[in-house]
Design a protein around this ligand. Sequence first.
Ligand SMILES: Cc1ncc(COP(=O)(O)O)c(C=O)c1O
Length: 431
Amino acid sequence: MPLPDGFARRLLPILDDIVAVHGTPFHIYDARGIIETHRGMVRAFHGRPFRQYFAVKALPNPAVLSLLLDEGSGLDCASPVELELAEYVGAVGDDVVFTSNNTSLPEYDRALAAGALITFDDSSFFDKVGTLPSTVAFRVSPHGVSAGSPLMGDAAHTKFGVPADRIADAYREARRRGVTRFGLHGMMCANELDVDRAAAAAADVIELGARLAATTGIELDYINVGGGLGIPYRPEDKPFDFQAYADAVGAALRRCFPGREGPRILMECGRYVTGPHGVLVTRVINRSHKTREIVGVDASMSALMRPGFYGAYHHLTLPFATGRAHTRVDVVGALCENMDKFAIDRSLPDPREGDLAVIHDTGAHGHAMGFTYNGRLRPAELLLTDDGEVVEIRRAEGFADYLATARWPPRRVPVTASARPEHSPATREPR
Ligand SMILES: Cc1ncc(COP(=O)(O)O)c(C=O)c1O
């Protein structure tokens, strides 16, 4: 999408100066935009018990997480390292939800020790666990409206959650084991821009909560309707109307829990909160002609994997190339992979070497999905603060980072004698 107005107003007048002192490439995020989006979500629920837990995986930078925590957001973690990061920025107890899948027992123990609200992805794992948390939530598999959404992938063969028709038994078993407080989780959307479909998917989870109450007598403390709300990556996409969504969720609660307030609503959005409030700033360094015009920039897909990996569209602008005729180009990075393209056959004001290029909507699942293949290391992250300052919130990686986990010279692994191949059953003489 085009840059949000405020972000453009705050960033573009100083972009040249930032580049002059910092160089390219870098991601830069807009604190004001992130704060306003979070506040808008809270306002939309009109005082109804609601908490948004930012999905740490979308933008796991301490500066951004602590900004959101200060605003009253919780943090949604999916791994022990994310839990550690949440603690590092000051999240405690139910400031954190732990929504993992294919979880190990040590990972679970870590979440238990943190006092997080834990979502069990499957009842088979629940059965393995010794100590239970005081509140237990199960994640329901995509079903109902979301099962038919192309964005949810192959919902019929999902690896996530407990199938809806078996979930009541999971709650009965939890109650039998002494649990007295319950939540329900349903992540039913992925980058969903259609408010009606997103709201219908949330209503499916809320209705399931009401059916659980009717069939098991279990009253839920909360229903977590997950994340997955979309942002308009393409200029022709319409922004998601969060107010309409919150109103529809409120209506579903009134319908399913008449005469009662119903369970608290939690969400764990990432993309919707930070996605539009970040850009990747890069510079055109090469121009060549193959079957198409090729424009090489100084960032690679290791800094933003979505276009190369998913074929995802990210809007791209050349902010200082006004008045030029447009031409169709591929915008490429430097990885030895032909998929390393930020834009394919895109019409742009004829790019020249030295131009700055701004790749939009990198505030979520951008830097976070970065990697180091080819030694094309992850770039810096900057933040435009609420006071209009520019601060570095993660430096660019260098050779020392690339080497940080290597063992050179190698470190011996003290393998015990019985584990050596000559003693293993496969190599013994037959008796
Ligand atoms: C369980 C869960 N919660 C929340 C999210 C955040 O999704 P989004 O950033 O699209 O809102 C994800 C994304 O993968 C997820 O798997």
